[in-house]
Ligand binder design. Sequence first.
Ligand code: TSJ
Length: 646
Amino acid sequence: MEENLNTPVSGSYDENSIQVLEGLEAVRKRPGMYIGSTGERGLHHLVYEIVDNSIDEALAGYCDKITVELLDDGIIRVTDNGRGIPVGINPQKGIPTVTVVFTILHAGGKFGGGGYKVSGGLHGVGASVVNALSSWLEVEVSDGKNIYKQRYEKGNIVTDLEIIGTTDKTGTVVTFKPDPTIFTDTTTYDYDTLLTRLREQSFLNAGIRVALVDKRTDVYEPKSDEFYYEGGIRSYVEFLLEGIKKERLNNEVIYLSGEKQDESAEIALIWSTAYDNKIMSFANTLHTIDGGTHEQAFRQTVARVVNKYAHDFKKLKVDSDNLKGEDIMEGLVAVVSVKLSDAQFESQTKAKLGNTSIGTLVRNIVNDKLYQYLEEHPNEAKIVIEKAIAASNAREAAQKARDASRNKAGIGGKTRMPEKLTDCISDDPTKTEIFIVEGDSAGGSAVEGRNSTYQAILPLWGKMLNVEKARDDKVYGNDKLTPVIVALGTGIGENFDIEKLRYDKIVIMADADVDGSHIRTLLLTFFFRYMPQLIETGHIYLAQPPLYRVSKGKKHFDAFTDEEKAKYIEELGGTADVQRYKGLGEMDPDQLWETTLNPEVRTMLRVTMSDAALADETFTMLMGEEVEPRKQFIEENAVFATDLDI
Ligand code: TSJ
């Protein structure tokens, strides 16, 4: 049949089209049934619904560019360079296929071709729903010869499918305006919401170019983004890793995949230095926010494989010990993407996958291929296991501390303070100071030398710790830190409440030697992980006991560094008596007051978040097996703090 410009492709409408209109009327009556909600989510869902069709065309291998444009007046335009929706007459309906797509409910997938086979949940309900919920919608199809166009209003056909021009290109353009009488909350699209979703789709469908262009003149500056990820979900994991700003523990993203019958699974993962995990799962490119069989299988099997490897290669101290799943998951960044023909979605939000067979597939892939990866990368395996052990120790320490801070209430509901705390007289938390002191003897001098009105002293350990003898996890894992938590009064973790802080300044007072550095690392790590707000609000300080006293006659200076010592000697005419201060434990109370406690003369360093983060890194590293590098590291990093505060 010869088709001319502006000639209807089909004749006027018969009983079929009346049926059509009835179908879409149901969508307008109960929109929530078809798109979940008529709020902001539903509004955005319209775009995804259209874009999904272009992605299907890309997956079928006929399209490599999709563009989404935001236009004024709430109008959206989606363009692809696929084959174009077929314009020929559909034999069953007697009208053009493209018209079927837009006017008959659930038309998607029912009309031949390679696309549309993946659908589930709200996905794939199709273009007709979008059409029904739009004030108007226009489709333009280029088939390499002609450009066809049809217009609809509220789902009703208002123009026949007409040829409006000629072209040597192929593709589909759909332009629509969501109906404000349906989307009563808002008809304003959020650029970033669309951006996130389109980026996600680009990751999950490697090699497709997706552009988002904001052309609205009324509200925003014009802006645009374009995605193209050759690496697929590997790129996704890299992207997530960048987002959390943590270091990687594996050299590269681990990629596992497999398929069986009509099911396939792809997994990309990497461990990082983060304390939580980020595991994103997808079924047929839909984000399964509530997880499901595929995600659960992944989590369980990663834990099982790491444990099995740790046992097989004797990486755990006690044979019977198993690392907990949550500790193995710490720092894990992963994307699990499965494809299956008959996806079953559970839960209210339809965002949880229910198919059991896909769980089996994921389990088999992770069991075989992750184990193999660990075998082939023993250094990475070691780091992953050490990280899990560190997580386990930290978790246990936190639990103990939490228990301690819950059981602390004494008579009359007043908190019973730790026995070792010598408190100050004032209870004005804007003026008081607490010195956390290393060792009992230093504690004794500090108690005598302090200003008892506003300075409290808490000795931490009975005797100095020896780095080589006391494993960090032992120190960290027992309840030695409980008195600190109780004395501060704030509680820790999610129970932390800065309003309950009992002191203005929390001063860590330890020697400038290896043991002192060790204690600073432990305390800073603890504050960083469980009371970061104390650091953020500038309450944590490091006392700076001087290293030398430089004196000549009646004049004397305290020097905190070798450079300072040299400077003072110079100032005193080139010769002076130099006395090296011994440890805090050997200072008498007056000396301690004069050099370290007295606000008039002392030097203290206020700890910043980056200091504490560094301590935390150090700590994680200290969890390692070998003593020598640990000791060396401590010596090289004996000083942490920066901001001077006198
Ligand atoms: F469905 C829709 F209207 F929402 C929509 C579909 C919107 C947009 C922007 C694009 C598309 C779309 C559909 N792009 N490409 C296609 N391809 C087909 O519909 C198509 C073309 C040819 C054949 C074939 O078997 O020859 C099969 C199909 C499914």
